[in-house]
Design a protein around this ligand. Structure first.
Ligand SMILES: Cc1cc2nc3c(=O)[nH]c(=O)nc-3n(C[C@H](O)[C@H](O)[C@H](O)COP(=O)(O)O)c2cc1C
Length: 182
């Protein structure tokens, strides 16, 4: 079964660790990429379009009200879903069960079809440095609600929430090994 299955990778409108997430994405094969509407803009603003296109992954944009691409989860096309980087907006929606955009729908449908999900949440610490457009760095202070939403998401079934790039890449490796062994 799993041999033909692919990895789904969703990107949201976060500048924080976007560059690093794209680097991990580009080290992988057999991936389909899904962009939130904000992600499509942010990738342009940071000048990362060529990085996104570098590996020739199939890219799906958020263009439909019903999130038509999620149908592929019903077809069993994916063995896992990665959401990286995940904005505090998408984390909040997912933590409360909303599915009103492509990425939140992917998360909901992955959950409902029992496809495991790995989420890299941006706002992981009370204070962090974040990459802004044009190579600027800004200090960001995630609010209590942002941290609480991440804690809530960690209680979801089949959901691994990672807080740094090392854990992201190790969790993906582990997930790929599980697929190869199945
Ligand atoms: C330059 C820029 C950088 C941003 N970086 C972040 C970020 O690191 N984390 C975050 O939670 N939101 C960030 N945002 C805000 C999100 O893009 C915004 O909340 C958007 O509505 C998220 O939509 P999405 O969750 O559907 O992708 C950034 C916005 C801009 C313009």
């Amino acid at each position: 079964m799993a041999k033909q299955q692919r990895l789904a990778w969703a990107i949201t409108g976060s500048g924080h660790y976007l560059r690093e997430s794209l680097a991990i994405l580009n080290s992988l094969e057999n991936v389909d990429v899904f962009l939130s509407r904000a992600a499509a803009e942010i990738i342009q603003q940071y000048g990362f379009q060529s990085l996104l296109n570098a590996k020739g992954h199939r890219i799906y944009q958020d263009k439909t009200a019903s999130s038509v691409p999620v149908e592929m989860f019903y077809q069993g096309k994916y063995h896992a879903l990665v959401i990286a980087p995940a904005t505090s907006n998408t984390i909040a929606k997912m933590a409360y069960g909303f599915s009103d955009s492509l990425v939140t729908n992917l998360f909901a449908q992955a959950g409902k079809t029992r496809v495991p999900c790995i989420v890299f949440a941006c706002d992981t610490a009370p204070e962090l440095e974040s990459e802004a457009p044009r190579d600027n760095v800004v200090k960001v202070y995630p609010r209590k609600i942002d941290l609480d939403n991440i804690a809530k998401l960690k209680t979801f079934e089949a959901t691994t929430v990672v807080e740094d790039m090392l854990n992201l890449s190790e969790s993906i490796k582990k997930s790929l090994q599980t697929v190869l062994q199945s």
